[in-house]
Design a protein around this ligand. Structure first.
Ligand code: LMR
Length: 334
């Protein structure tokens, strides 16, 4: 009788070990934007390809729209291992102590995506991602979103129109300085709270790539927007380093391939998605879209140029110079 019970126990244990060995590795991927955005779509693409390439050994669960964590919480949760993968905007790494990422917030530093990709997809990008490792975070890729436009309930045609305006910003000291330079009153706020803050007048305005503005329906509570392209907003896809390094090497290699494909996908669709979102705003008829003339845009560039000098030490002069060298931008020659 005893032997039979022992045998049954052994069989049960073997079966549960097999089940455990076959249980997929779950990767929780949390983000704060809508599913219908460049980041939302790219994370779903990654989940699909990860599942295909690993033949079901990895299961990526995507949590969109701050449904799992909000801005600040998500990075803490990643460090604790409560979530495995994120793609925070580059402006959100400063509070973690990796201030160099705020170099992406320097106004007009990238003329276009060609200039941007020289940095994000080249050695400077790789060295920036490496700076995350002492924080227990591994950077896997840079994903594009787009260039930002100002929005408010009053027209913003000139830099002076921002004076005294309460504007929502992300948690970046460079962005804070940029708004102060314009005479505005920057207010750091989680992305998930912006719509309501605009609706209730807690803030007067904000800035966004068009895809974020449109998918959060901010155009319904902002009467005006101006296509200033004054800042870039993009993402670093990051994982908990201990979790990632602990994956079986073969599985990790398949996931890296899925990430490579997702990065190409993200950076291919971002522009189209933002164009389509702007079209959506236009068609809604709720927000007047102003396209500044070349001279008007230059006035914004000039007004924000002092930020480059003021904040150079925050990100490091050497890093800043290396980016100028790649992009050809020179804030002293506007
Ligand atoms: C924001 O807070 O405005 C953005 O970082 C949101 C995002 O992830 O695109």
């Amino acid at each position: 009788m005893k032997i039979r019970a022992l045998f049954a126990g052994l069989v049960a244990a073997t079966f549960s070990m097999i089940a455990l060995a076959q249980a997929p590795v779950v990767i929780k991927f949390s983000h704060v934007v809508a599913a219908d955005t460049p980041k939302g779509k790219a994370s779903e693409f990654f989940a699909k390809r990860a599942n295909e390439l690993t033949k079901g050994r990895a299961k990526v669960e995507v949590y969109a729209n701050s449904s799992l964590y909000k801005d600040k919480e998500e990075l803490e949760a990643l460090q604790m291992g409560a979530v495995h993968m994120l793609a925070p905007s580059l402006s959100k790494f400063g509070p973690l102590g990796v201030k160099e990422f705020e170099v992406f917030d320097f106004p007009y530093i990238f003329d276009d995506t060609t200039a941007l990709h020289k940095v994000t997809q080249g050695p400077i990008g790789a060295s920036l991602l490496a700076k995350l490792e002492p924080k227990g975070i591994k950077g896997l890729a840079f994903w594009d979103n787009g260039f930002k436009s100002f929005s408010a309930n009053t027209p913003i045609r000139t830099p002076a129109d921002l004076k005294g305006k309460k504007m929502r910003i992300q948690s970046s000291k460079v962005l804070e300085e940029e708004y102060r330079t314009l005479g505005a009153l920057p207010q750091v706020m989680a992305f998930s709270e912006v719509y309501q803050a605009l609706q209730t007048g807690v803030v007067d305005g904000t800035d966004n790539p068009h895809s974020n503005l449109y998918t959060q329906k901010m155009h319904e509570v902002q009467k005006h927007m101006t296509i200033t392209d004054h800042n870039y907003l993009g993402y670093a896809v990051v994982v908990n380093k201990k979790f990632w390094d602990g994956l079986p090497p073969e599985l990790r290699a398949q996931l890296e391939l899925a990430m490579k494909e997702a990065t190409t996908y993200a950076n291919t669709i971002a522009q189209e998605e933002n164009d389509a979102a702007l079209d959506g705003v236009r068609k809604s008829g709720k927000t007047a879209i102003y396209v500044p003339t070349k001279e008007e845009k230059l006035a914004f560039k000039k007004a924000m140029a002092p930020v480059h000098l003021k904040m150079a030490d925050r990100v490091g002069k050497e890093l800043l110079q290396s980016i100028y060298k790649e992009t050809g931008f020179d804030p002293t020659k506007l």
